[in-house]
Design a binder for this molecule. Structure first.
Ligand code: SF4
Length: 362
């Protein structure tokens, strides 16, 4: 799609070591004999939920024209948000700031029932860019609540995903941020308790807190599949694989990005200094002073174009080669909501697509 935020990686990302890598035009193993080397984490950057959310806003702009209103940052990345603002998106927090009849997109983090109801009452054309893996948690909460369950949610207070998930219910969902919080939780009953987690937590921290919940409430019901998503898990696993090989880790990601912060934190816990950069000019030369191997990764909301710009900046500081780490190739893709398919001209909306029931997220 023209103007689409570019997250494409070079085809050679999958090349075996030793094959000439056009990331920098250098032999991938060149630095083994000396010089400073960047080691690129795999996987890194955009996940399927972020890709889908951005595409929803871009397609809505194409089909309906500007402005398109977006509740909260569509994903937590400054570059992405500024790019979409330039294309005609207006980011708001309060639905009162959206004019009647406007098209509104919910961000990838999801929204509470109250926000959904207010949007419906105000009569907006709504497209829901909530990541399907967050929606899965919402559905599970609603289903178990009908069976009489109360919930303990592991997450970060104030994060929009946590507000959205807790806001699926009027009451009976209790937030714990750390092990100490677990002792303070006061559910009304303990026979029917279920555990849910924010999707972008540290897997290790979440496991520790979940263990404390289970120790206090042995019959607590755990999700069939863990709520922490595949993208968060894979990027953290890549950091664990990378840290023994590098002297410093640079994480491309915005300060508001939960999963980016967890990557930097994880590297530090493993004894490797780590720094987050929202843009290439934030990279400080002293971070690389005396370092031979520089690990580079990106949070799930950070586009590959920023990674390329950071590589250029690091190269300007004397790095001689860039090598991709081995890692999992992600193939997950989520379908777009109905109502955003392009017609043959790619511009006009099929009137059938405006039916309210066609605007739900798939
Ligand atoms: S980080 Fe995970 S939960 Fe969040 S948008 Fe990406 S895939 Fe979905």
């Amino acid at each position: 799609m023209t103007g689409r935020i570019d997250n494409a990686r070079t085809h050679t990302d999958g090349l075996p070591q030793g094959v000439k890598n056009p990331v920098d035009g250098a032999d991938a193993d060149h630095a083994a004999g000396g010089g400073v080397q960047v080691i690129l984490a795999e996987p890194r950057g955009f996940c399927a939920g972020v890709d889908r959310a951005i595409e929803i806003v871009e397609r809505a702009l194409q089909k309906f024209g500007r402005p398109i209103y977006v509740r909260h940052e569509i994903v937590h990345n400054t570059y992405v948000v500024n790019d979409l603002k330039a294309k005609g998106a207006i980011f708001i927090e309060d639905l009162a700031d959206v004019p009647p009849g406007a098209t509104l997109v919910f961000s990838a983090h999801g929204v509470s029932k109250a926000v959904q109801q207010e949007a419906a009452q105000r009569g907006f054309h709504v497209f829901d860019a909530t990541c399907p893996l967050v929606t899965k948690v919402h559905i599970e909460v609603a289903k178990l609540a009908k069976e009489g369950y109360e919930f303990i949610m592991i997450g970060h207070k104030g994060h929009p995903e946590v507000e959205g998930t807790m806001g699926q219910l009027d009451h009976g969902i209790h937030l714990v941020e750390d092990v100490a919080d677990v002792a303070q939780v006061q559910p009304a009953q303990t026979q029917r308790l279920a555990l849910v987690t924010q999707t972008t937590l540290s897997t290790d921290d979440a496991a520790e807190i979940a263990a404390a919940v289970k120790a206090r409430f042995p019959s607590v019901r755990e999700p069939k599949q863990q709520d922490i998503c595949y993208a968060t898990q894979n990027r953290q696993d890549a950091i664990k694989f990378m840290t023994p090989q590098v002297d410093v880790v640079i994480v491309v990601g915005s300060p508001t990005s939960s999963n980016s912060n967890r990557l930097a934190e994880l590297a530090r816990k493993r004894g490797v200094p780590s720094f987050m950069v929202d843009s290439p000019d934030e990279l400080q030369p002293q971070w690389l002073a005396g370092k031979r191997r520089v690990g580079l990764t990106a949070g799930a909301s950070a586009p590959e174009i920023l990674v390329r710009q950071v590589i250029d900046r690091i190269k300007s500081l004397g790095v001689v080669s860039v090598r991709k780490m081995d890692g999992i190739e992600e193939t997950v893709k989520f379908p777009l909501p109905k109502g955003l398919k392009l017609d043959t001209k790619g511009l006009k909306l099929d009137s059938k697509e405006l039916k309210p029931d066609a605007q739900r997220s798939d």
